[in-house]
Design a protein around this ligand. Structure first.
Ligand code: RP5
Length: 163
């Protein structure tokens, strides 16, 4: 996207991309300028700090953070910014995402992370929630979001069951 990104999608590893792609697809479809980065709370803590601390100044308005296992990415990001951080738990270990979900959702009082569902549905909803946040001050985006929601309802109403 050539416009300045409004949403930053961060993942703990390239192996998370398949899940976070569901968020990127929604952002792209709604015409929301975004960027995606691989940064890890454990493996690249200094680079992650730099990214989050400069995010607002670079024009970012919402951050999406997806990670698996002992998923500290979203919480660490939230600790360093007042931008809303939306956390996406990812199934990456034999614990099937429950480890990541609990790591992301159980934040200490005062440092909020909006936690979504495990996996692709959570990633897609993170992007939609980011869109809803941005739509509060962007009437054209609000209309695109409303049309998107209407189209999903229409898909359901057009579903045919076998005779
Ligand atoms: C987490 O560990 C990442 O977010 C990923 O979900 C998981 C496995 O990472 P890799 O070992 O595949 O890089 O930190």
């Amino acid at each position: 996207m050539s416009e300045k990104p409004l949403v930053g999608v961060v993942m703990g590893s390239k192996s998370d991309y398949e899940v976070l792609a569901a968020a990127i697809e929604i952002l792209r479809g709604l015409g929301i300028p975004h960027e995606a980065r691989v940064l890890s709370a454990h493996r690249t803590p200094d680079e992650l700090s730099d990214y989050v601390e400069t995010a607002r100044g670079r024009g970012l308005r919402v951050l999406i953070a997806g990670a698996g296992g002992a998923a500290h990415l979203a919480g660490v990001m939230a600790s360093k910014t007042l931008l809303p951080v939306l956390g996406v738990p990812i199934s990456a270990t034999p614990l099937n995402g429950m480890d990541s979900l609990l790591s992301i959702v159980q934040m200490p009082k005062g440092i909020p992370v909006g936690t979504l569902a495990i996996g692709k549905p959570g990633a897609a909803n993170a992007a939609l929630l980011a869109a809803e946040i941005l739509a509060g001050s962007d009437a054209a985006l609000y209309e695109r979001l409303a049309a998107w929601r209407l189209a999903r309802a229409q898909e359901v109403l057009e579903q045919k069951l076998p005779d």
